[in-house]
Design a protein around this ligand. Structure first.
Ligand SMILES: Nc1nc2c(c(=O)[nH]1)N[C@H]1C(S)=C(S)[C@@H](COP(=O)(O)O)O[C@H]1N2
Ligand SMILES: [Mo]
Length: 422
């Protein structure tokens, strides 16, 4: 068991873009959305996930040890901000958000290595001592309070699950770049997703220890990170059926204890659902006998449940590809609704589509790696497109419906490349 956390280090993010929550043009600086922007007048039903400039400010104040690659890399096509870090401790991202570089998945196996797994915090990484950490389960929906220490959790029947965690705002920047209407919040490209091998105790086991009542309706998981502005601790309700189905109280990620940035000592992993459901630094679970409401299902992430179908190339933005030379383009597609059944790629702006070959496995709740061979014919800027169909029959559209908070961007992404002399 690791008690002292200074030793647990997330490698500095050569494979990550740093993205600040605040964006001068499209975000705002406090928890309050601009008047009218998301109110009933705007016809908006949903509100943004990223509302705070505080995290970025704290990061600047505490910045220092995270410099270099992430800030200086050529980032054409991605809005890059200055480097965050330092707020919580050496070796953690501190505050702020970091996005996986898709080209860093090239040549990787099925899982996202932990050093490039995206990080999304509402405030900053808490350093929690596992020796004194407790997970409490309580509420009207259980017969008795239950409490678990780290060692007790590790001693319970464990399960291993390969699952994706994806931010509801993944792809948000394409509302601006492809559809001409910027959505407020962190301007993620497609890298706010990762698939890891999680190990932990099924939440159903944890709840059973407390004796779930038939009357239980919702389960509210709360994090031990600092309260977010005036909204209190990050906490998100889950319906009890999902909580009892496939949710994990995870303590391991890719065969190692969780890193602080990803929720040490324990987090929820909620397969297929928006990342906010996968509460990090889990401290309390309240089981309610009536529908539960917190700012994380009313003000933020309202109506957001399953993740839609998406695809990405394992390729740098503006990659340079030699004309006349066959290139194997690889990518991955995923959907919170189930398996991917088809992936097609277009090299001519969507006029013609070619089936991609699938390689390996596609686990439900994770992703399908695919590849297609192409010979670039022209020099100069071009666009690659990939679109997937999931087993619910839904295919990625060319344009997605506007969402005022920038969630659910499922349209085909235009990936720019340059044909260069071979
Ligand atoms: N306690 C707590 N849990 C949290 C968050 C948070 O800020 N605090 N962020 C959520 C969001 S919005 C996402 S997308 C995922 C990101 O998980 P990761 O940082 O391990 O990639 O964690 C979720 N769980
Ligand atoms: Mo998120």
């Amino acid at each position: 068991m690791r008690g002292t956390l200074g030793a647990i280090v997330k490698p500095l993010p050569a494979h990550l873009f740093i993205r600040h929550a605040a964006d001068a043009e499209h975000g705002w600086d406090s928890g309050d959305p601009p008047a009218g922007a998301f109110g009933p007048d705007a016809g908006a039903e949903f509100l943004p996930d990223d509302t705070s400039g505080h995290a970025a400010d704290a990061a600047r104040a505490g910045a220092g040890h995270m410099t270099g690659d992430a800030a200086s890399a050529d980032d054409a096509g991605h809005a890059m901000d200055d480097v965050a870090g330092g707020a919580a401790g050496e070796g953690t991202l501190g505050s702020g958000n970091a996005e996986m570089r898709w080209e860093s998945m090239a040549g990787q196996g099925y899982h996202t290595p932990t050093d490039r797994f995206f990080v999304r915090h509402h405030t900053f990484t808490p350093l929690i001592d596992a020796a004194t950490w407790r997970l409490r389960v309580e509420g009207h929906g259980v017969r008795r309070r239950a409490e678990f220490g780290y060692d007790e959790l590790l001693a319970m029947p464990a399960r291993t699950v390969d699952a994706a965690i994806e931010c509801a705002g993944n792809g948000r920047r394409f509302y601006a770049t492809q559809q001409g209407m910027a959505a407020p919040g962190t301007q993620w490209g497609l890298g706010a997703i990762g698939v890891a091998r999680w190990r932990g105790v099924p939440l159903s086991e944890v709840l059973r220890e407390a004796g779930v009542r038939d009357e239980a309706v919702d389960v509210v998981a709360a994090g031990l990170d600092a309260p977010f502005e005036r909204y209190g601790r990050v906490r998100r309700p889950l319906p009890v059926w999902k909580a009892m189905d496939d949710v994990l109280v995870a303590y391991e990620m890719n065969g190692e204890p969780l890193l602080p940035d990803h929720g040490f000592p324990a987090r929820l992993v909620v397969p297929g659902w928006a990342g906010i459901a996968s509460i990090k630094w889990l401290g309390e679970i309240e089981v309610c006998t009536t529908a539960a409401f917190t700012p994380w299902n009313t003000v933020f992430y309202r109506g957001v449940i399953r993740q839609p179908v998406k695809s990405a190339f394992e390729l740098a933005w503006d990659a340079r590809l030699p004309v006349g030379e066959p290139v194997v383009l690889r990518g991955r597609s995923w959907s919170g609704r189930g398996r991917i059944v088809r992936v097609q790629v277009s090299f001519d702006g969507g006029w013609s589509w070619h089936d991609a070959d699938h390689r390996g496995q596609h686990l439900v709740g994770a992703w399908l790696p695919w590849h297609v061979t192409w010979v670039p014919e022209h020099r100069g800027p071009q666009v690659l497109m990939a679109r997937a169909t999931d087993e619910s029959g839904i295919t990625q559209p060319l344009v997605t419906a506007w969402h005022p908070a920038g969630y659910h961007f499922d349209a085909v992404v235009h990936h720019p490349i340059h044909g260069v002399r071979g």
